[in-house]
Design a protein around this ligand. Structure first.
Ligand code: FAD
Length: 605
């Protein structure tokens, strides 16, 4: 049976052989987990995802959600599987035990999530979005708020959301106009409209807890003046039972390009003047608090993009093994020669290897990030904690946008491998491509991630974090250079990392000069150049591990896998990385045309 959604052998390689996650399990925090239990958890997650969630993916796409008079219904078949997710506590695998979760290490939660997201993101998201809401309540809530909400959310008995966006406040959250007025009893009355709210209303959970960004009357404009309120759909009594309905209603759902089974809701707060919100944390600290949720969501969104790409790649490569079309190029003139599977054709092979290199690189990158997060959590050394925490923070916009955009490109190429069949709804690849597009839009668009990287991240601690990052790449390059077969690839990655350092310095300086707008016009290409360099690093690292395994006498069944690692690294570093160096040259060249062209010069008037 071909692999579906995620390649288990590859996950195992990344987790145990490349990232050496057994080291993490030695820490007392994870004393309940060993390699065997982790393997079992991942196998169970995979079985549930492929059997139950994946079988509803196309159905959810076709049926979508149904809106009528403020009520949103998800596809009927989702209810049973939602219960299965809840009963198996798959919705809170990586959530701390203190918050009612399973406390599994981040890499195990990521491995399970790969299957769930790639099988049916929309359904899984209904059951897991409350974890983010619970997280900020756990960090900033009063004892009463924690007691009331946290465990209900992490158990997926109640749903969670995040209400930032308004018609005139999208990327610029600070422009929001939802207002809050202080009441005598310490609560606040909210009024306003939010749009594009994922899971704002649905019939899978008995209550929904909405963290809402709003401005208290009289507070300053911009993000500085924003506070965060908890607005439950149903009030919660002191004994935990549900009370009256709050004045927050869904006024419609969006018709969308993809993720049709996910409810994207317009929400009206206070149309009857009775929307009550409870302050979370302190007044005017709303953005700071919400960023805890946003950063978490950015990681999940990157993983979502990668999971679609992985699923689409596996469909494509297995289709290419079966689809018979055309003669082998070596028999081109011989009309009596048999037709072959399309995987024999050079262009299809190139495309498949291109897809594989991104899927592999992104998987390693994501697990590297989970390893940084775990190391920051379990280390006793303040210095290490800072180092890994900073690396994680600097690389978050790259996980978010690079994995979204490359994930989408992989899905598009999967359609190409299928040919005409890929463009129909007979196969899931076209749905994956549609569903994936959103990942470079929500949780901050590509442009916003690029600005974050340039304005806030690469200069962190006077560039020290960036230098540490380059140092990590150089270590892998040095290991590769010590292996004859990888020496040349090691040199290429080393040179690329050095070049990235020069370009970072250049664009960083430009961002602080009179030409700062030109720098920001190159910020997204810079993010991609950095992402490409990370891919090369991750693939080279894989190749170093694989070559060690081969030299030590790998088992027969593993040889093709390990040799595949060497070829994937070679392909990416010798065919994609030269393009990256070109991108870097263009950034350094600092072309100003995008800023100098007049608005009318764009044409179309
Ligand atoms: C399916 C879906 C689900 C969503 N779920 C949620 C949710 O649960 N909660 C929530 O609050 N929101 C949600 N959103 C909203 C989403 O986060 C926003 O759509 C997104 O942040 C972009 O805002 P916008 O649509 O207003 O686009 P705009 O802000 O109008 O941006 C349009 C374009 O201009 C660019 N741009 C804008 N400002 C700048 C700038 N300063 N510099 C450079 N480029 C810029 C953007 O990159 C983009 O390409 C969701 C959206 C969708 C479509």
């Amino acid at each position: 049976m071909p692999q579906q959604v995620a390649d288990r052998r590859d996950q195992d390689f990344v987790i145990w052989e490349q990232m050496n996650c057994e080291e993490i399990l030695k820490h007392e925090t994870y004393h309940e987990f060993n390699k065997k239990t982790c393997d079992m958890i991942i196998a169970e997650a995979r079985a549930l995802a492929v059997k139950e969630l994946l079988s509803l993916l196309a159905e959810g796409d076709e049926q979508g959600v149904h809106f009528d008079a403020g009520v949103v219904k998800v596809p009927e078949s989702f209810h049973r599987v939602y219960k299965l997710i809840q009963e198996g506590e798959w919705n809170n695998l990586g959530v701390s035990q203190e918050m009612g979760g399973q406390g599994a290490p981040a890499f195990v939660a990521a491995a399970a999530a790969e299957y769930f997201l790639g099988s049916n993101w929309a359904l899984y998201c209904y059951a897991t979005m409350g974890n983010g809401t619970a997280h900020i309540i756990n960090l900033y809530g009063t004892p009463d708020q924690k007691e009331k909400y946290v465990r209900k959310l992490t158990a997926a008995e109640w749903g969670g959301t995040m209400l930032l966006t308004e018609p005139e406040a999208g990327s610029d959250v600070g422009a929001l106009t939802t207002t809050a007025v202080r009441n005598d009893d310490g609560t606040y009355s909210l009024s306003g409209s939010k749009i594009f709210i994922t899971n704002g209303e649905h019939d899978l959970a008995e209550n929904i807890i909405n963290p809402v960004l709003a401005r208290i009357e009289g507070d300053p404009p911009g993000t500085k003046g924003i506070s965060l309120f908890l607005v439950p759909k149903y009030f919660v009594n002191d004994d935990g039972s549900l009370g009256d309905r709050n004045d927050i209603v869904c006024s419609g759902v969006e018709e969308k390009h993809g993720i049709h089974a996910s409810a994207t809701c317009s929400m009206t707060l206070g149309s009857k003047g009775k929307c009550i919100g409870y302050l979370l944390g302190e007044e005017r600290q709303g953005m700071k608090i919400m960023f805890n949720m946003i950063n978490h969501a950015r990681m999940s969104t990157g993983l979502q993009g990668m999971s679609y790409a992985s699923a689409a790649y596996l469909l494509a490569v297995n289709y290419a093994r079966e689809r018979i079309q055309g003669r082998d190029l070596e028999n081109f003139a011989d009309h009596s020669a048999p037709s072959v599977a399309i995987i024999r054709h050079p262009d299809v092979r190139r495309n498949l290897l291109w897809m594989k290199s991104y899927v592999d690189g992104m998987r390693s990158f994501f697990y590297y990030m989970t390893r940084c997060a775990s190391q920051a959590l379990i280390t006793d050394s303040a210095e290490e904690q800072e180092k890994f925490g900073d690396l994680f923070s600097m690389l978050t916009p790259i996980v978010k946008d690079y994995m979204a955009v490359k994930g989408h490109e992989v899905c598009i190429q999967a359609i190409q491998v299928f040919g005409g069949a890929g463009y129909t709804r007979d196969y899931l690849v076209e749905q994956y491509a549609r569903d994936c597009k959103i990942t470079s839009i929500y949780e901050g668009t590509s442009g916003i991630q690029a600005m974050d990287l340039l304005a806030r991240k690469i200069g962190m601690k006077k560039g020290l974090v960036f230098m540490n990052f380059l140092g990590e790449i150089q270590q892998t390059a040095a290991q590769a250079k010590a292996v004859d077969a990888l020496n040349d690839l090691g040199v290429k990655v080393e040179n690329t990392a050095n070049r990235l350092g020069e370009v970072a310095l250049h664009i960083g300086k430009m961002a602080m000069s009179a030409d700062f707008k030109v720098a920001f016009a190159h910020a997204l290409p810079f993010l991609y150049a950095m992402g490409d360099t990370i891919m090369a690093w991750m693939l080279l690292w894989r190749a170093v591990v694989a070559s060690q395994k081969l030299n030590n006498g790998a088992k027969k069944k593993d040889i093709a896998f390990y040799e595949g690692q060497l070829k994937t690294a070679e392909f990416f570093i010798r065919t994609e990385l030269p393009l990256t160096l070109g991108k870097m040259e263009a950034i350094q060249d600092g072309c100003k045309a995008a800023m100098e062209i007049s608005d009318d010069g764009f044409g179309g008037l």
